[in-house]
Design a protein around this ligand. Structure first.
Ligand code: C2E
Ligand code: CA
Ligand code: CA
Length: 286
């Protein structure tokens, strides 16, 4: 060391765990600035009627184009946003964008009254006092009503973690909101929550729906879930159908609705509108 040079004790290297924590913290901060900088966008995956392929609705999915890391998948940033509580802002963004897109589709497509958009909601959102008010506000702003918006929650998120969450779920029920159970069959083994909620849809997870044509266990599970859906009087949507064979298998098992790459990949709103236009023509002809 040269004379006069200030000696700083060198920092001990970060442990792998600590590195992960720092990365998550950075990502958490980036979410807030990313929202301000319009780095987030919604894409829409059509949900179709299996019998004729016509589009009945869309699932809204979030995309993040990070200035440094590029595309960050939602599987990576949603859990961080949930931990940092920035999820509320992301969900508000998703709801606003999705309702605006749906209203645009409805303006341009004849006989689109039943068309809906389905938005992923986190368990953290359900625990926020203001959540039902925000839903009212976003529907109002876009001239929509409860029929046009489905809220997708996983089984874990549907088991209320607080009194506020319980009260909110009850209020959503009273207001007639449509709730879809996402990834159905993968999470909670206690199905008691099914009794108390205004469930409209069970979405069968890709883990079963995707290979029911070639896996005997998946096929049995799908059959059981379809029967359960019938008993409860709710729609069943199969997720992650990638081939004609898997679509045929789900149709033969009595499932009416599906989404997956076999039909459409998630796409920006303008492409979704094109799909809606050409899809309508196909089903009109059929
Ligand atoms: P999810 O709600 O189960 O969404 C379905 C995921 O499966 C999406 O992945 C979709 O792009 C993908 N997918 C659809 N069809 C197929 C297929 O045929 N094959 C395969 N391999 N995949 C298919 P994505 O967009 O990466 O989203 C992953 C998860 O991130 C979502 O799973 C959801 O849990 C979460 N997520 C996405 N957007 C949002 C959002 O706006 N809010 C919240 N809270 N979570 C979101
Ligand atoms: Ca979903
Ligand atoms: Ca799902």
């Amino acid at each position: 060391m040269h004379a006069g040079q200030c000696h700083r004790p060198s920092r001990p290297p970060l442990s792998r765990d600590m590195e992960q924590v720092m990365k998550r913290l950075n990502l958490g901060t980036d979410i807030t600035t990313g929202l301000e900088n319009r780095e987030f966008a919604m894409v829409y995956q059509p949900i179709v009627r299996i019998s004729n392929g016509s589009i009945v609705g869309f699932e809204a999915l979030m995309r993040w184009n990070h200035p440094e890391y590029g595309f960050v998948p939602p599987d990576k940033f949603i859990p961080v946003a949930e931990e940092m509580l920035s999820i509320t802002k992301l969900t508000q963004f998703a709801l606003s964008e999705a309702c605006e897109a749906l209203q645009k589709f409805r303006g341009e497509i004849a006989q689109s009254d039943e068309l809906y958009v389905s938005v992923n909601i986190s368990g953290v959102d359900i625990g926020q006092t203001d959540f039902p008010n925000f839903l009212d506000h976003v529907l109002d702003q876009n001239g929509l009503d409860q029929r046009h918006l489905r809220l997708e929650l996983t089984e874990t998120a549907l088991v209320p973690a607080s009194d506020i969450a319980s009260a909110n779920l009850q209020r959503l029920q009273e207001q007639g909101f449509k709730i879809a159970v996402d990834d159905f069959g993968t999470g909670y083994s206690n199905l008691a929550y099914l009794k108390h909620l205004p469930l409209t849809v069970l979405k069968i997870d890709r883990a079963f729906a995707g290979d029911a044509h070639e896996n005997a266990v998946s096929k049995r599970i799908v059959r059981m879930l379809v029967t359960l859906g019938d008993e409860l009087g709710v729609d069943i949507v199969a997720e992650g159908l990638e081939t004609q064979r898997s679509a045929d298998a789900l149709r033969d098992l009595g499932c009416l609705f599906a989404q997956g790459y076999h039909y459409y990949k998630p796409m920006p709103a303008n492409k979704a509108l094109d799909a809606l236009n050409s899809g309508r023509q196909c089903s009109d002809v059929a």
